[in-house]
Write a protein that binds this ligand. Sequence first.
Ligand SMILES: Cc1cc2nc3c(=O)[nH]c(=O)nc-3n(C[C@H](O)[C@H](O)[C@H](O)COP(=O)(O)OP(=O)(O)OC[C@H]3O[C@@H](n4cnc5c(N)ncnc54)[C@H](O)[C@@H]3O)c2cc1C
Length: 411
Amino acid sequence: MTSNTRVVVIGAGLAGVTLARRLGELGTPALVVGDEEHRPYNRVLLAEVLAGRYSPEVIALPAPGVLLRGRVTGIDRAGRTVRCADGSVIAYDTLVLATGSNAVLPPLRGLFTPDHELPEGVHAFRTMDDCLGLSKAVRPGVRAVVIGGGLLGVSAARALAVRGAQVVLAQQSERLMERQLDPAASALVRRHLEGLGVEVHTECRVRDVRSVGGAVRSVEMADGYALGADLVVLACGVRPRVGLAREAGLEVGKGVLVDDELRTCDPHIRAVGDCAQHAGRVYGLAAPALEQAGALAELLAGSGTARYTGTRSLTRLTLTGPGSPLGPDVPLDLAAFGETDPRPGDDVVQLADATRGTYRKVVVRDDRLVGGVLVGELGTVGALARAWEGAEPLPSDGGPLLHLLTNDGGS
Ligand SMILES: Cc1cc2nc3c(=O)[nH]c(=O)nc-3n(C[C@H](O)[C@H](O)[C@H](O)COP(=O)(O)OP(=O)(O)OC[C@H]3O[C@@H](n4cnc5c(N)ncnc54)[C@H](O)[C@@H]3O)c2cc1C
């Protein structure tokens, strides 16, 4: 591919902007079309904007080169053009879908007004607009209900509590962040939120949203219990944004199907980031989006050997605020990777300090590290991640494993 080749990227999020910047550095400038009116930003840091720790400018991404604001509404694969909402048409040689995800809106009674809008006070938590809307509505004493206790819900609850809201977090499953954390680590996160004044309810299903005059007043649980609410945050997961790809006849599973060259079933169209499905996986995380963007930039700029073969992604979260079990104003850091729940026959090494609120655990199978979780004390995370990513056999006497858990390993 020569530098005259026209690369058009749909989506100015982390993946699209990173790809375009890298392509620019490699002498293959791209045109990015993005439908959000804000300067491109790092979505991972939205909770810090909501908490009042960062201004929106601080989380802006470096400019991607040529950015066109607008929404792509259709792809003409035969003519190799895309159509935008304003009627304009853009030609491409290579088109990259970097359309990200949408927030999942759960099937709750009363969630939509007769005009199919969310009632006033009900917000998803995915975009800068969601964040600014929430930020405007939150003030000390406001009653906020966060629906969903995964990474998003925990981040939102913490941020709202830091801003002085009275927060109730309703989690349908038995513990917080159950996809990433084992019960002990999850209990520490819960303790942290409760220390901030958040009321956490697990195994609790919200059924209804009640509004008066188009503004939310309460949410009702499956058992009939009603919680007064001035603000409701929907943190019920995300779904890859694949509408354009599907309408264009591309192969779509949960995400847009791509191979190791991030190529869809149309050789002129690639996909990266949250919207892509590679080897059966949609990640919904920043690290794979960045790796995919990096690999695709190399490929489009002419490196025939670059490949994307999957990401072993580590989840990291820092919960700041006065509720840390480690002491006032000490952030609670956590990291989790791989399988944190052992299978029968796995070896588990665990170190817990209830007073300091720290917890470290690794799971070993057939002399290989298959997962781990660290809360409060992350000095060893780099060494553990390297051992996990390398998937090298561990020495069998157990000593080095304990060493990995207790020393910082140069991380
Ligand atoms: C609050 C929050 C916290 C998070 N925390 C973490 C974390 O701690 N760790 C982690 O790894 N990940 C985290 N994530 C997930 C991470 O942000 C995503 O994995 C990452 O942003 C994916 O990047 P992307 O470019 O694929 O998608 P996105 O960032 O969603 O960007 C896609 C862009 O494409 C635009 N777009 C879509 N369709 C069109 C169209 N037709 N025309 C024009 N533009 C279009 C969208 O509006 C959007 O701007 C978090 C996400 C949120 C919301």
